[in-house]
Design a protein around this ligand. Structure first.
Ligand code: SF4
Length: 76
């Protein structure tokens, strides 16, 4: 059983979330740039090495370390 976020759920589509950041529509989301991903986002709640972990922006659902959404903010 998993608690992975559904890419097609309204909360995810509203933020342009993709499990695979390379699938992000960079025309629609110009804030996206290669190298930005959940693993280096301050809202990612996992530990280094976790493949999936909760994200504060997506209601406590798990996101993929290789994902991205428009709420991305650089981890301090
Ligand atoms: Fe990933 Fe950060 Fe967006 Fe959460 S807020 S889905 S950790 S990029």
């Amino acid at each position: 059983q998993t608690n992975h976020v559904d890419e097609n759920a309204p909360a995810a589509t509203a933020l342009g979330y993709k499990h695979d950041a390379s699938k992000v529509d960079s025309k629609k989301y110009p804030a996206y740039a290669a190298g930005k991903n959940c693993a280096n986002c301050m809202l990612f709640q996992g530990k280094t090495g976790d493949a999936w972990a909760n994200c504060a922006a997506l209601g406590g659902k798990q996101v993929n370390t290789k994902g991205w959404c428009m709420a991305w903010a650089k981890k301090a």
